[in-house]
Design a protein around this ligand. Structure first.
Ligand SMILES: Nc1ncnc2c1ncn2[C@@H]1O[C@H](COP(=O)(O)OP(=O)(O)OP(=O)(O)O)[C@@H](O)[C@H]1O
Ligand SMILES: [Mg+2]
Length: 254
């Protein structure tokens, strides 16, 4: 089973960028799980999932529910159908990472179905990888989308705000309340996080502060131009920050 990581934090702190940059440094290609309805992770990595005809889990479940959905699978049990379809049409594969995307809500107001489906098939999907990384939607409460119940490392991206600190402190409590467990809770200062604030964060109980990500004009530009962050130069400040942060968390980096 893969080592399970999650990138989480408030809106716009740099969660998806952190995941995309981590891909550059992990020693083997990870399985990425985009749990955000806006599906931006593929874009940051230069992948057009629609053009590649890779479907989201929500799309597949939606079609499966419809009248003519996958009639060719006949009387196969539902769980087997789902596992088969996810493997067949929801995994984008490439040399540096594989990617699956949860997609938008498929029934009004509820993510439960795609979540719980993914939860049940993820162990099978992740078993062939050394690392699996979840890119979560904004807000810590989304840990309770509970795509994964047992996490190894939680990376909380924090900006310089009282709310970010409060959220980081609440996270342990929150994850326990929704039945998610983790080994390590790591705090990462985002690109707006000032050096002066580091001491305060380092002193928080129950979490380990790993350092901060440098502001990087190249990241902004690549994002704006729709270019893959994998193509940033090797000396990209943000990319180097992420490598340093991963090493501090005990990862061997490539
Ligand atoms: N190190 C950095 N330097 C400069 N800009 C950055 C850096 N990291 C992220 N950004 C920019 O900040 C913005 C938000 O980043 P990102 O999309 O990764 O955040 P997010 O937390 O995933 O957002 P959301 O909550 O919408 O999912 C993007 O425009 C991105 O280019
Ligand atoms: Mg994001």
């Amino acid at each position: 089973m893969a080592k399970m990581l999650i990138s989480t934090g408030r809106g716009g702190v740099g969660k998806s960028t952190f995941v995309a940059l981590a891909v550059r440094h992990l020693p083997s290609p990870p399985l990425l799980i985009d749990a955000d309805a806006d599906q931006s992770l593929g874009q940051l990595l230069g992948v057009d999932l629609a053009a590649e005809e890779v479907r989201t889990i929500s799309d597949v479940l939606y079609k499966l529910q419809g009248r003519e959905g996958y009639a060719e699978l006949g009387s196969m049990p539902l769980a087997a159908k789902i596992e088969y379809l996810l493997n067949l049409s929801c995994v984008y594969e490439s040399p540096r990472f594989d990617l699956i995307t949860l997609g938008v809500k498929w029934t009004r107001g509820c993510y439960c179905a795609p979540n719980s489906i993914l939860q049940s098939v993820l162990p099978g999907l992740a078993k062939d990888y050394e690392y699996a990384i979840v890119d979560s939607p904004a807000g810590l409460e989304h840990v309770n989308r509970r795509v994964v119940r047992e996490l190894d490392d939680v990376f909380v991206l924090i900006d310089p705000s009282a709310k970010a600190l409060r959220n980081a402190q609440r996270l342990g409590e929150l994850t326990r309340a929704v039945g998610v467990s983790y080994e390590n809770l790591y705090l990462v200062g985002n690109f707006r996080f000032p050096a002066e604030a580091e001491e305060r964060v380092a002193a928080l109980d129950g979490a380990t502060y790993l350092g901060r990500i440098e502001r990087d004009e190249g990241v902004e530009r690549f994002d704006w131009e729709g270019r893959s962050l994998l193509d940033l130069p090797a000396d990209s400040p943000a990319s180097r920050s992420v490598a340093r942060i991963l090493r501090k968390a005990g990862y061997a980096t490539a």
